[in-house]
Design a protein around this ligand. Structure first.
Ligand code: ZN
Length: 458
């Protein structure tokens, strides 16, 4: 059975080119894509018909920045209250012990929460490759994504500027630049699929200006452009980073990116908080992943969301690593983006509709995709359905405001990825989540216990 008919949806918000919404309509899905949207659609005999009365449909959320392995390192008391630099230096001591098993279960945990909170396409930024572990950690993430059924853009992260060279990370987790480039090319050749409705793509992502050399940034850019894949990094996240760039390179973080030709439609940056007025106008198509929870938790600052959107820039919303959030709840992230935007901009800020657009179509655009992030004929059937009939939504007159401002943002009713129902009645259909949670707890506890015993001995 390759067709599905989502019958009698209360409200469909499409974010298509015509900004259409439909009331009491159906969506016909054929294979991975949307075939038709309209009222009283007919179907073939073997079409699976799903009653969606009472539900509101949106394109699936797109998460443009994460560190999935960090789901196993939440609530680490040694760093819980710290800002970015001391937070990172404390956590590197735990992260240097990650294993393929930790990366696999960390990914499953993060994907599970993302799917159950409405995300259908996520990227991840994996940059920790401990010296004593196999280099194939991204392969483990891609395996987990395939098993659970989420659309996944892996990025081959990297750190090459260790403490001995004036960088932030310890030497146990930095790699030689030739090895990084070789593995980057291997991953692109093996997994990158640029076709329409592709379920897996690969991008290249040196970690940040304070953990890689300028030479690696340039070589990574050259490789990415030769292979036609995107580029990603952390940028303009904190004033500490700005100070580091000014002291080491005599340039502000974004100026450094311009010098290295690391700007354009094939680039997206996580955070973009400390961009000045001129830099906001000079993004040249580079996307920004706005991570409100992480920015609040690490006291980093507030992204210049409204200025970026009003200047015609590409903005998206992302959960960031679970150790700086501490969750992967995409729906909650949308709410926080809305509230933070109002705190900073008041009535000039982005509306509930604009925030939802940023979290859906905006994210797809940042990741270079025009085949998802909107509901339209021929676009991917990446659809999320919410039940806004519960008591927590009662009395609200605007479903978009309900979605962004009210209620319990813990679960969606149904998540469909590439035409496949992956979450039904709030539960994953593809994996045994209790088993995955137990394995993740066990793996996380082992790593943290081991590191604490070493630290206590010293
Ligand atoms: Zn990050």
């Amino acid at each position: 059975m390759s067709q599905k008919l989502l019958k009698n949806i209360d409200l469909i918000v499409t974010f298509n080119d015509r900004d259409e919404t439909f009331e009491h309509c159906d969506i016909l899905i054929d294979g991975p894509a949307i075939k038709e949207i309209g009222s009283n659609l007919g179907s073939e005999e073997d079409t699976e018909v799903i009653d969606c009365s009472g539900l509101t449909a949106l394109p699936g959320f797109v998460n443009t920045h994460h560190h999935l392995y960090q789901t196993l390192f939440r609530g680490i008391r040694e760093v819980q209250e710290q800002p970015l630099f001391p937070w990172l230096t404390g956590l590197y001591e735990f992260w240097k012990n990650i294993t393929p098993e930790a990366v696999y279960y960390g990914a499953l945990v993060g994907f599970s929460e993302l799917l159950r909170t409405g995300c259908t396409l996520t990227s991840d930024h994996h940059y920790v490759f401990p010296k004593n572990q196999p280099e194939t950690l991204i392969d483990d993430q891609i395996k987990a994504a395939g098993e659970i059924g989420i659309r996944f853009h892996a990025t081959r992260g990297s750190m090459s500027l260790g403490r001995d060279m004036g960088g932030l990370p310890p030497m146990e987790v930095v790699q030689k630049e030739e090895a990084i480039l070789l593995d980057s090319e291997r991953l692109i050749n093996r997994y990158h699929d640029s076709s329409t409705y592709s379920m897996q793509r690969v991008a290249l992502a040196p970690c940040s200006p304070f953990s890689v050399t300028k030479e690696l940034m340039v070589q990574t850019k050259n490789l990415a452009r030769k292979k036609g894949v995107m580029l990603h990094t952390h940028l303009a996240e904190t004033l500490d980073e700005e100070k580091f760039c000014l002291e080491r390179y005599g340039r502000r973080p974004f100026e450094l990116m311009e010098d290295l030709e690391w700007v354009g439609d094939d680039v997206w940056f996580a955070h973009g908080i400390y961009l000045n007025d001129e830099e906001v106008k000079r993004l040249q198509g580079s996307g920004i992943a706005h991570c409100p929870s992480s920015n609040m938790k690490l006291s980093s600052g507030i992204c210049r969301t409204t200025e970026i959107v009003r200047a015609g820039g590409k903005l998206s919303i992302a959960v960031d690593g679970s150790a700086s959030n501490d969750g992967s709840n995409m729906w909650e992230e949308v709410r926080r983006a809305y509230l933070l935007n109002h705190l900073k901009y008041g009535t000039e800020g982005l509306t509930a509709y604009e925030i939802l657009r940023t979290a859906t179509r905006g994210g797809a655009e940042v990741l270079g995709r025009d085949d998802t992030g909107r509901l339209d004929i021929g676009k991917a059937a990446d659809i999320v359905l919410f039940n806004l009939k519960g008591i927590e939504y009662s009395g609200c007159h605007d479903p978009l405001v309900s979605l962004v401002c009210l209620g319990n943002t813990s679960l969606v009713d149904m998540t469909i990825v590439n035409g496949r129902v992956v979450v039904k009645d709030g539960k994953l259909t593809t994996i045994d989540s209790e088993k995955a949670a137990a394995a993740a707890h066990r793996t996380a506890a082992d790593i943290v216990k081991k590191q604490r015993s070493i630290t206590n001995k010293n």
